[in-house]
Design a protein around this ligand. Structure first.
Ligand code: PLP
Length: 398
């Protein structure tokens, strides 16, 4: 009874593995879980209080489809003040997470068969969202260029059907952050060929010491005119369960997005919108800075820990987000061994759950989250080290 589109759509492998690990831990298994896509920080008090106020005051009705005015204004202001973009409230559409905004955007920008340039390794959901919109993902390998697409590799993959360049900086899963000059060169190449840029900047507030974040739309008005910026509250404020994301886009795209949403999901939860508004307006900046500093510390711990665990190798150390993307190619010595088998071995023999890179287009990498506390990072690295020693000395069953 399923359509061909539905038949070709697998369940999210990352969500499935995370659920399996959580169930095993609940059942008593001694596993350190580095598979998750969320930070261990709590929802900021201000946001929780904003939600409680919304309930008490009965703000529990449908809101305008694009979201309540004050929230759209606050998002536009933050993008302007923090990221140097010039967005008006009318250009902001809130959604049930960045995920929903992204999934809808491809349906607005692409005719059936149009191509979307997708730097690989990529976030697991991107190709499926693109295909569901009837478009075609065109993966562009970036492993030889620091996990970043360049104007040259972009041009190599252009066809008359190319419509969109999809960027994600800081990247899930690689942690790569584009420098301003790199982004500018890319954006100019994209514009020259009539492409629209969709930029997933959900990790834009989580950039570590030594790197700096540039939002594509801040590069200039002509670039902003051809750019759809997607962001959200899941990562910056660790509010994954509240389901608030947004798109900031040229007015015709924002209007079209509102129309689609108006006929499908309507606005996100009113209570979550008030929570998000409070996160933006009730003074969370000091807490965000503290969290960013903590993440930099965790990144350094993870990076240095992996450097001390050959043959594991970081192709490029993470500069933002909370994932280390680790090359495990040297552990795959037999036919059919890949990140999937290595992740299974680490789970069964080291008690550490990591995300195999297979569905990120990187079957020789695993992704380790440092969204967990430093204690878990240290213990996980220690367990992995012990396991590597066992296989080195041949004590492992093989
Ligand atoms: N984009 C990327 C690159 C992500 O990694 C994630 C979450 O894992 C999302 C979007 C989805 O975020 P949201 O919770 O706002 O839907």
């Amino acid at each position: 009874m399923l359509s061909s589109r539905a038949r070709s759509l697998p369940a999210s492998s990352t969500a499935a593995l995370d659920a399996e690990i959580k169930a095993r831990i609940t059942a008593g298994a001694d596993i350190i879980n580095l598979t998750g896509g969320e930070l261990d920080f709590p929802t900021p008090d201000q946001a929780a209080e904003g939600a409680r106020r919304a309930i008490t005051e009965g703000r529990t009705r449908y809101t305008p489809v694009a979201g309540i005015g004050p929230l759209r204004e606050a998002i536009a202001r933050r993008l302007t003040e923090h990221w140097g973009c010039r967005y008006e409230a009318a250009q902001i559409v809130t959604a049930n997470g960045a995920k929903q905004a992204l999934a809808q955007v491809f349906t607005l920008l692409c005719e059936p068969g149009d191509e979307v340039i997708l730097p690989a390794p990529y976030w697991v959901s991107f190709p499926h969202m693109i295909r569901l919109a009837g478009a075609v993902p065109v993966p562009v390998p970036t492993s030889d260029t620091g996990f970043k697409i360049t104007p040259e590799t972009l041009l190599d993959h252009l066809t008359p059907r190319t419509r969109v360049l999809l960027l994600n900086s800081p990247s899930n899963p690689t942690g790569a952050v584009y420098e301003r000059a790199e982004l500018l060169a890319l954006a100019e190449a994209a514009l020259e060929h009539g492409l629209t840029i969709v930029t997933d900047e959900i990790y834009g507030d989580l950039v570590h010491e030594g790197a700096s974040f540039t939002s594509v739309a801040s590069l200039g008005p002509d670039i902003a005119e051809r750019t759809v910026t997607v962001g959200g509250f899941s990562k910056t404020y660790a509010m994954t369960g509240w389901r608030i994301g947004f798109a900031a886009a040229p007015a015709p795209v924002a209007d079209a997005l509102t129309a689609v949403q108006g006929h499908t999901s309507s606005a996100p939860s009113s209570i979550s919108q008030y929570a998000a508004l409070a996160a933006l307006t009730d003074g969370t900046e000091a807490e965000l800075e503290r969290r960013a500093a903590e993440l930099s510390t965790r990144r350094t711990l993870m990076r240095d820990g992996i450097h001390a665990l050959p043959p594991l190798r970081l192709t490029a150390p993470p500069q933002g987000g909370f994932f280390a993307f680790v090359n495990i190619g040297a552990l795959c010595t037999r036919p059919n061994e890949d990140a999937g088998t290595v992740a299974r071995d680490l789970l069964e023999h080291a008690g550490v759950a990591v995300m195999p890179g297979n569905d990120f287009a990187a079957p020789d990498h695993v992704r380790l989250s440092y969204g967990v506390g430093t204690g878990d990072i240290v213990r996980a690295l220690d367990r992995i080290g012990t396991y590597l020693n066992t296989i080195r000395t041949g004590a492992h069953h093989g």
